[in-house]
Design a protein around this ligand. Structure first.
Ligand code: HSE
Length: 298
């Protein structure tokens, strides 16, 4: 009647896959305890870590859970405790982690009536509350793990991609605030055909490179000509961080989701450690507070 779950942070977009690609960060994430209650409905009974609304209809975990129970019509309700480690607005899928976590946990307590794709669909309803649009590029990797491609949202189709054995991610989070809705509002509605061609060529080759574990092809594919030119202006010292990461051999470096976190992909733990140090060095010389995190992608 009670379950404790871990809901991971995620990196969306992955340079060339705006709104469709994402990967899961094992080891950093929120914890949630969900328990069945005799009275129906959803109650958020505890939120620790960050100040978030505890009214179910105003909380992403609550909205996602409500979407699920509206469909499932269980003869019980659920109460949710949220222990947040992922700072809201940091760019590593904080709202998605809450939304995915609540539906994942409720599905377990109900005996798993829903598939991972259906859970992604319910969690998207929560995510929309936070970002103003229904995208699943953070939710899908949180629920499926590893790399995912959201092939379409209507109807929802998620493709699981393989992860090469020796692929590591490093994240640096400068403590400034960027709202996803604002980072979306500054993007142009239309893009030049030549940029579209570059982007879909890179996106296709990245997917292929993940399948054949070709690290150099991953490196040649992690390029973003569509979104980064606009959003990188919102992140102080972005170009310096990127240069520092590439100087240490990083395979790629880009904005994590809508920022301000910056991610790199690296081949092997040694390179990841060196890249992490080099990225830290950039912000150490400023008065911007930051933290870093690195892990193997599974
Ligand atoms: N794909 C989304 C964006 C992720 O970049 O706006 C953040 O929610």
């Amino acid at each position: 009647t009670e379950i404790k779950i871990f809901s991971p942070a995620t990196v969306a977009n992955v340079s060339c896959g705006f709104d469709v690609l994402g990967f899961c960060l094992d080891g950093i994430g929120d914890e949630m305890i969900v328990r069945k209650t005799p009275e129906k409905g959803i109650k958020i009974t505890k939120i620790k870590g960050y100040d978030l609304p505890n009214e179910a209809t105003k909380n992403v975990a609550g909205v996602a859970a409500l979407a699920l129970i509206e469909d499932a019509q269980p003869d019980c309700g659920f109460e949710i405790e949220i222990y947040k480690n992922i700072k809201p607005g940091s760019g590593v899928g904080s709202s998605s982690a809450s939304a995915s976590g609540s539906v994942f946990a409720i599905n377990e307590l109900l005996g798993r009536p829903y598939s991972k794709t259906q859970l992604t669909y319910f969690a998207m309803k929560g995510e929309a509350l936070a970002s103003g649009s229904e995208h699943a590029d953070n939710i899908a990797p949180g629920i499926f793990g590893g790399f995912t491609l959201v092939k379409s949202t209507v109807p929802l189709e998620v493709v699981e991609l393989p992860t090469p054995n020796d692929l590591f991610a490093v994240i640096i989070h400068p403590q400034i605030e960027i709202k996803t809705s604002e980072a979306r509002a500054i993007l142009p509605k239309d893009i030049p055909l030549k940029n579209a061609i570059t982007q879909w060529a890179n996106m296709g080759s990245l997917v292929h490179a993940l399948h054949i574990s070709d690290y150099q092809m991953i490196k040649r594919s992690l390029i973003d000509v569509v979104v980064e030119p606009y959003r990188s202006r919102l992140i102080p010292h972005y170009n310096e961080v990127k240069l520092a990461a590439f100087n240490k051999g990083a395979l790629g470096c880009g904005i994590s989701g809508s920022g301000p976190s910056i991610f790199t992909l690296c081949q092997g733990q040694i390179q990841a450690e060196q890249v992490e140090l080099a990225m830290r060095e950039v912000y150490s010389q400023t008065d911007i507070a930051f933290n870093t995190y690195s892990c193997k992608i599974n």
